[in-house]
Design a binder for this molecule. Structure first.
Ligand SMILES: Cc1cc2nc3c(=O)[nH]c(=O)nc-3n(C[C@H](O)[C@H](O)[C@H](O)COP(=O)(O)OP(=O)(O)OC[C@H]3O[C@@H](n4cnc5c(N)ncnc54)[C@H](O)[C@@H]3O)c2cc1C
Length: 384
């Protein structure tokens, strides 16, 4: 099996397949393993947060006063030092896990030649062709860069660029009040950077309980973060003095040393030549998969008449009371529990505790119908 991408998705897929006895290789385009989590996402942002909380004495300010700091003059270098140490350790852990499980690592950018063949090109070296019966696409995401924003990767950056800043900005505009925008806005506000947070929506973090968000918004305002919600950005311009002016459609404008755009992320599928595998991503680089995370290509390959069966199944699902959309949650929950049980005990068990064959005999509901087929498919998958 070949896995494209060494982020957490690719690592878990590769290790699981190796544990099931497969010969596995990961193809990674970066010289270092770990994906977004290790290099620009989870671990860097949490490390930066911890470094800032420590250096600015955040947790001790209640005792020693607002002006208390562990280090009086905090520089970007202070933050990056801790970052690089943590990332180095993390990469070691990942490399060790892959080696221990016998997963080979191939460096280079992968693209499809056909559904079973990858062309892997490493900078400055020859290309190689790799074949596998199964290929896992785990290429993750990249920041979305709106075309009309003149990114210069110094004063107008995306969330990856924040890890390369040379100095702590005195003023900063964050465009996009999603998780990443809010996270960096709060981190830099703890360093006394004056933050303006802009979002076209009227609320922030709308997946969080409204009372919690209300309290959080008050807290942000108390800290001096200016919130410009319900405001769309009209344009961003670099001024001759090196600062950046952000114009909002309402006519408001804000001038700052740094603009960070956190406008969502796109599927990193652009380099994969997916057309050669019979696949087409949507306009945000995402692929459509079924409930087993299989692409259309895998479904058609495994079952030549899959297209026809899919249509029949969809029609049946529309009619079946247990698989109407409002029941899908239950169905997926049962499916996940079955998978977990299979991994734990290596046999199919109904999540409600009944052996699945009983249910199959009684022919109850969708778990009963087609359970044999699913078990066969599960066996087939285990043989991948
Ligand atoms: C700022 C930030 C903070 C975050 N904080 C959190 C958090 O606190 N908690 C949390 O759970 N999640 C967090 N996330 C999200 C988390 O990082 C992602 O969900 C996770 O990294 C996705 O893993 P992945 O394996 O799907 O892909 P990725 O980690 O994106 O890895 C994909 C890999 O594929 C490689 N690749 C791409 N194309 C090719 C190709 N053609 N050939 C070879 N290799 C290729 C890339 O180089 C990359 O190494 C955060 C993300 C960001 C940006």
């Amino acid at each position: 099996m070949l896995v494209i991408g060494s982020g957490p998705g690719g690592q878990r897929a590769a290790i699981q397949a190796a544990k099931l006895g497969k010969r596995v290789a990961i193809v990674e385009q970066q010289q270092i393993l770990g994906g977004v989590t290790a290099h620009t996402g989870t671990i860097p942002s949490k490390t930066l947060r911890e470094a800032v909380l420590y250096l600015c004495g955040w947790r001790e300010k209640g005792f020693y006063g607002r002006s208390y700091r562990v280090k009086a003059d905090i520089t970007a270098d202070d933050l990056m030092q801790r970052l690089h140490t943590t990332i180095r350790q993390q990469i070691e852990i990942i490399r060790h896990q892959l080696t221990r499980n016998g997963v080979a690592v191939i460096t280079g950018t992968a693209s499809f030649l056909d559904p079973h063949t990858l062309r892997v090109v490493e900078q400055g070296s020859q290309e190689q062709l790799l074949k596998a019966r199964h290929i896992v696409i785990a290429t993750g995401t990249v920041p979305h860069r709106p075309d009309d924003i003149p990114f210069d990767d110094a004063t107008i950056i995306d969330s990856d660029g924040i890890l390369g800043i040379k100095a702590i900005p005195r003023t900063m505009t964050v465009i996009g009040a999603g998780v990443i925008g809010v996270e960096y806005a709060t981190i830099f506000s703890a360093l006394d950077t004056k933050i303006t947070l802009i979002d076209g929506r009227d609320t922030i973090l709308d997946f969080v309980d409204a009372d919690i968000v209300d309290n959080f918004r008050h807290d942000l305002q108390d800290r001096g973060i200016a919130m410009r919600l319900g405001e769309d950005v009209a344009r961003v311009e670099k001024r001759p003095d090196g600062r950046v002016e952000t114009h909002m459609k309402s006519g408001r404008r804000v001038v700052s040393d740094l603009v960070m755009v956190a406008a969502g992320r796109m599927g990193a599928t652009g380099s994969l030549a997916l057309g050669n595998a019979g696949l087409e991503p949507d306009n945000r680089g995402r692929l459509t998969v079924d409930e087993h995370l299989r692409t259309r290509c895998a479904r058609l390959r495994e079952h030549p008449r899959a297209a026809q069966r899919l249509v029949v199944r969809m029609r049946r699902e529309q009619q079946h009371p247990l698989t109407r959309p409002e029941r899908r949650g239950d169905r997926q929950g049962r499916h996940r529990a079955r998978l977990a049980a299979r991994h734990a005990g290596n046999r199919l068990v109904d999540p409600r505790g009944q052996p699945q064959q009983d249910q199959q005999r009684r022919g109850q509901g969708p778990a009963g119908q087609g359970a044999g087929r699913r078990a066969a498919r599960a066996g087939h998958h285990r043989g991948v």
